[in-house]
Design a protein around this ligand. Structure first.
Ligand code: TXA
Ligand code: MG
Length: 336
């Protein structure tokens, strides 16, 4: 692919990692970088600590959280009836941006599972996440480190601006490991029903999953296990965001005349400099995913009336990006 490699993450700082592990042991919250987005971590085996995640995010208590583990040995600790397909996917994509949903073992208490009979497991690749898991020596429950429904953080600064660090904020410690190299949340595959199902697309693509499993991986039916990432409105900036086809951009901007519009579009479609606040859309799916949430945070910060995003190209490799944009978007106001 034409994707430029992500900048290497700064090496984990051993003193900070030790402090973070101590915070987790004491039942506190640590925001930490993963390769996808920053996570809001708590000791997975301490229900009281996991409870704090929900309070800090303002997240409904019946939403499950992903358990982050150091390696595939954790599959049999947290899940039962682990199918061969799950082991193959773990072997191919772990550590990496893939979450496996499996039938839960007793270790997976109700706050982790949202009261369902499944558990989500992910083995992150980011050096800071791995250093933290190793120093803490136990699994870490972590959703994305944002307020419920908001854009996920891909920089420590995003977490500071949203949840904040104590005493003024809600997180005990925010680790800064640089920008997240993948940029959108992990691909989630449900393997709890005998047939693999895609719960959330990501940069591990459907085609890659199908190639490894040798069978189709269709979308999960909509009422399948609750996943907040599957809510229609999610990952949304505060400013209303509209997703438009390239050939309707001019008409859209004309219809919104008089309003302050911020734009995310391919370079060729951007109006001359100085017209509207604008960001250039990256050209490859990997670069787009990596930049997406940072761009949305920036476009949100200009306090425009509306954000208009030109839909990226169609294509299987773009599925994760399209999914996040679709969930961030609201319909255009109807013409009067
Ligand atoms: O890349 C990621 O997955 C990031 C980083 C921090 O690891 N985490 C993340 O967590 O995106 P969160 O909570 O923001 O999104 C995880 C999604 C949620 O939609 C949740 O409902 C779903 O995974 N999930 C977790 N456990 C599940 C389960 N047992 N069954 C179905 N969905 C589950
Ligand atoms: Mg999230």
């Amino acid at each position: 692919m034409s994707d430029a490699p992500a900048a290497a993450a700064p090496a984990p700082d051993p003193a900070l990692i030790a402090r973070a592990a101590a915070v987790l042991r004491a039942g506190g919250l640590v925001a930490f970088p993963t390769e996808t987005v920053y996570g809001l971590g708590a000791a997975a085996l301490q229900p009281g600590a996991v409870q704090r995640i929900f309070a800090a995010k303002g997240r409904p208590a019946d939403h499950p959280v992903i358990v982050h583990v150091l390696d595939a040995a954790a599959l049999d600790a947290w899940a039962i009836d682990v199918p061969a397909a799950a082991r193959r996917l773990a072997q191919c994509f772990w550590p990496g941006p893939l979450t496996l949903v499996l039938r839960r073992a007793p270790l997976a208490h109700d706050l982790i599972t949202g009261g369902q009979d499944t558990v989500g497991l992910r083995c992150p690749a980011h050096p800071w996440a791995r250093a933290l898991l190793a120093a803490f020596g136990a699994p870490i429950a972590a959703p994305s480190a944002n307020s419920f429904g908001r854009v996920s953080p891909t920089l420590a600064a995003h977490v500071r601006a949203d949840l904040g660090e104590k005493p003024a904020g809600r997180v005990d410690l925010i680790l800064d490991g640089g920008p997240c190299p993948v940029g959108i949340e992990s691909t989630i595959v449900d393997l709890s029903t005998g047939r693999p199902r895609l719960l959330r697309p990501g940069t591990v693509t459907r085609a890659q999953l199908q190639a490894v499993l040798g069978e189709p991986v269709p979308d999960a039916p909509r009422e399948a296990p609750r996943a907040s990432g599957r809510l229609d409105s999610h990952y949304a900036p505060r400013t209303p965001l509209h997703l438009v086809a390239a050939d309707t951009l001019a008409a859209t901007l004309a219809a919104l005349a008089g309003q302050r519009v911020a734009l995310l579009a391919p370079a060729a479609l951007l109006p001359p400099a100085g017209g509207v606040p604008a960001q250039v859309a990256p050209e490859s799916p990997g670069e787009y995913a990596r930049a997406l949430y940072g761009l949305l945070h920036r476009l949100d910060a200009v306090a425009a009336d509306r954000i208009v995003v030109v839909a990226p190209p169609a294509g299987a490799d773009w599925e994760g990006v399209h999914d996040r944009l679709r969930r961030a978007a609201v319909p255009l106001p109807t013409a009067r």
